[in-house]
Write a protein that binds this ligand. Structure first.
Ligand SMILES: Cc1cc2nc3c(=O)[nH]c(=O)nc-3n(C[C@H](O)[C@H](O)[C@H](O)COP(=O)(O)OP(=O)(O)OC[C@H]3O[C@@H](n4cnc5c(N)ncnc54)[C@H](O)[C@@H]3O)c2cc1C
Length: 261
């Protein structure tokens, strides 16, 4: 999934940051740009690049049509196995469609790449088919030679404080998912507080800023150096037009209670 990867991966850090060229004072290979160049045209022109393997007569069920499940499906097809992917949602691509901030990757871009891969490799995807219990799993085991589980990380963690279920309090992932589906029709408050210091928090803050809210405040319990987010994601959130993007150290629950009131 080189195209989605190029659009969303922070290649400067994990890839170019780890490139052996760094040890020789040579500029690292710009893997992100290389992937974009290589994949954009083949997807647009539907160029045939891959060949599936000779039929082995074996069947594999893949649970989840996210990047992991789709990648597994492609590899399995290259080995000649028949593949059926079972996806809980109505669209493939996992968090690329439901989680990654839309300014990085649009739904069309994500779905075009999956469509291209499906054409190339010929795996089946069954939508709105969650594997949700022992009976479902037993049936898959019975009907297939192997099962690949690519269901992602699941639900976001909660704060565990009273009031989380109140109107106007929403998980960052759910906010981004709603935004990706409803675009400018997403309801948003005038003033937004984002609790947390990870990449998902930064995406939510950046997107809230882009929606023209009065102020976005990122409230994180520790200092910037301890934030889970990449520094460029944090910088981007700050540059996205938030009137106020401040750090609280430490964040007091009394302050949160005051905001909630
Ligand atoms: C808000 C957010 C922003 C992100 N931004 C970036 C980024 O900028 N750059 C980057 O590189 N990575 C980013 N990531 C991480 C990236 O999205 C994940 O690493 C990637 O999507 C993981 O792929 P996956 O296939 O393992 O899981 P997922 O993408 O979660 O896909 C899992 C799939 O399995 C399906 N599924 C789950 N349970 C079942 C079931 N029981 N039956 C059938 N189907 C099921 C789900 O519906 C989903 O389609 C971000 C993640 C989040 C949450």
């Amino acid at each position: 999934m080189g195209y989605a990867c190029e659009q969303v991966c922070p290649t400067e850090e994990p890839c170019e940051g780890a490139c052996v060229y760094n040890h020789s004072d040579v500029k690292p290979i710009e893997i992100g740009r290389l992937q974009a160049h290589a994949t954009e045209k083949v997807i647009r022109t539907k160029k045939k690049l891959f060949r599936t393997g000779k039929d082995t007569g074996k069947k594999v069920a893949v649970i989840g049509a996210g990047p992991a499940g789709v990648s597994a499906a492609c590899e399995l097809r290259m080995l000649g196995h028949a593949v059926d992917v079972f996806e809980a949602k109505a669209k493939p691509s996992g968090l690329c469609v439901y989680g990654v901030a839309p300014y990085k990757l649009t739904n069309d871009q994500a779905l075009d790449e999956i469509g291209y891969l499906q054409d190339q490799f010929g795996f089946n995807v069954h939508y709105n088919k969650p594997v949700s219990g022992r009976a479902d799993f037993d049936k898959l085991e019975k009907d297939n030679d192997a099962i690949f589980i690519g269901v992602g990380l699941g639900a976001t963690s909660s704060l565990g404080i009273p009031g989380e279920d109140k109107k106007g309090v929403i998980g960052a992932l759910e906010f981004v998912e709603y935004l990706r589906e409803h675009h400018h029709e997403t309801p948003i408050a005038k003033r937004v507080i984002v609790l947390g210091g990870g990449n998902t928090a930064m995406d939510a803050a950046s997107e809230a800023c882009r929606m023209g809210v009065e102020s976005v405040t990122i409230a994180y319990r520790r200092g910037p150096e301890e934030m889970g987010a990449y520094s460029f994601e944090y910088d981007l959130a700050k540059k996205s037009g938030a009137r106020c993007c401040s750090m609280f150290r430490p964040l007091k629950w009394s302050v949160i209670r005051k905001w909630k009131a």
